[in-house]
Design a protein around this ligand. Structure first.
Ligand SMILES: [Zn+2]
Length: 356
């Protein structure tokens, strides 16, 4: 537990940048790539350690690891599904430029996300409702559990002085388009859609955020022409993956459930919100073990606490650098930047310890 909490903190510390290196791009498979060695240099992660197919890049507080020809990628033991696998070419390991700019950079240096807004409002979206029951379990329907988590979360966020908007607070049907309309009425806000999974023998947690333009949805069979169309939510690509990271880390640490990773999709609600948004799947109602957990109020309270914790983490690490912009000289700017980074890195708290 202790180790994982430390990992979570380190994930969001924004120190550790070595001297900026130039990026060397190579195009193959129709896409730009950079070497992992280049990534290691740029982010001060030493070199690339490799044993057979497995690789890792490490610094004091950080570890990036994965496998050649795999899209599964771990940052401080939290699982991300890359848009494209890490590939081997000319004796080197390469990561796509898309994954560098849309995943590694905003996750490793969230304080540098440009134009990130302060957050004073959270829009909680309890999945399904009314005639739309969602997934079934012998203990109850998905729509009941999502609403219960949202209500618990509303109480926690309100206690912290956050303005909470609910897309529904009763057992009513709300169309997906109406949910995004409600969310888009608010500035300085985050959107968190709460769901539970179903299907096969699946188990564990996954967090979805919007696929960047050009990247296939992981829910589709493969690339589609429409992947090239920009979606309204793409204006928040950097904030989206930062919010997904904060949310997924809190869920995985607090629940001890199997980590299925942070994934990309174009679900209507995350596609059309123009505030940073994620969709969380808090376990499988089709799996007897997960379903019993989900039916327990303790587990749902832990989910609510995880969302609350994620919102607080996000606010802390993405606060816009107002004092940096207003600082006069270069030296003043650097001092302001460093102190803000130190504050963000040092003020992290792991939050509630989960019960055994
Ligand atoms: Zn659902």
């Amino acid at each position: 537990m202790w180790r994982v909490c430390l990992i979570f903190i380190a994930l969001f510390s924004s120190a550790g940048l070595a001297a900026a290196a130039d990026w060397t791009l190579a195009k193959f498979g129709g896409r730009d790539h950079v070497t992992l060695r280049n990534v290691a240099e740029f982010y001060g992660l030493g070199g690339v350690q490799r044993v057979k197919n497995e690789f890792s890049l490490r610094s004091a507080g950080r570890q990036l690891r994965g496998q050649a020809n795999s899209a599964e990628f771990y940052i401080n033991n939290l699982k991300f599904i890359l848009s494209y696998p890490v590939t081997e070419h000319d004796g080197q390991l390469w990561i796509s430029r898309m994954d560098l700019t849309k995943l590694l950079e905003p996750v490793l240096r969230p304080s540098r996300i440009k134009h990130a807004e302060t957050v004073d409002t959270v829009v909680l979206d309890a999945g399904h409702g009314g005639h739309d029951n969602g997934a079934y379990s012998p203990q109850g329907w998905e729509k009941q559990f999502t609403l219960d988590v949202a209500m618990r979360c509303r109480a926690l966020l309100s206690q912290s002085g956050i303005n909470v908007v609910m897309t529904r607070s009763t057992d009513t049907f709300v169309p997906l388009e109406e949910r995004t309309r409600i969310a888009n009425r608010h500035d300085n806000a985050l959107f968190i859609s709460i769901h539970f999974n179903s299907g096969g023998t699946g188990t564990g947690l996954e967090t979805y955020t919007l696929a960047p333009r050009g990247v296939p949805s992981m829910m589709a069979d493969g690339p589609r022409i429409s992947d090239l169309d920009p979606c309204p939510g793409n204006v928040r690509d950097a904030e989206n993956i930062a919010l997904a990271t904060a949310t997924h880390a809190a869920f995985v640490v607090n629940s001890k459930m199997y980590d299925r990773g942070i994934k990309r999709a174009r679900f209507v609600v995350i596609r059309d919100v123009t505030i940073p948004g994620v969709l969380v799947e808090g376990g499988f109602l089709s799996n007897a073990y997960d379903a019993r957990l989900i039916a327990s109020p303790e587990y749902r309270q832990r989910m609510a606490a995880s969302i609350h914790q994620a919102v607080m983490t996000y606010r802390r690490v993405l606060a816009p650098e107002v004092s940096v912009a207003s600082a006069q000289s270069l030296e003043q700017r650097e001092v302001a930047r460093r102190s803000q980074d130190a504050l963000r890195g040092g003020a992290s708290a792991p939050g509630a310890e989960p019960k055994k």
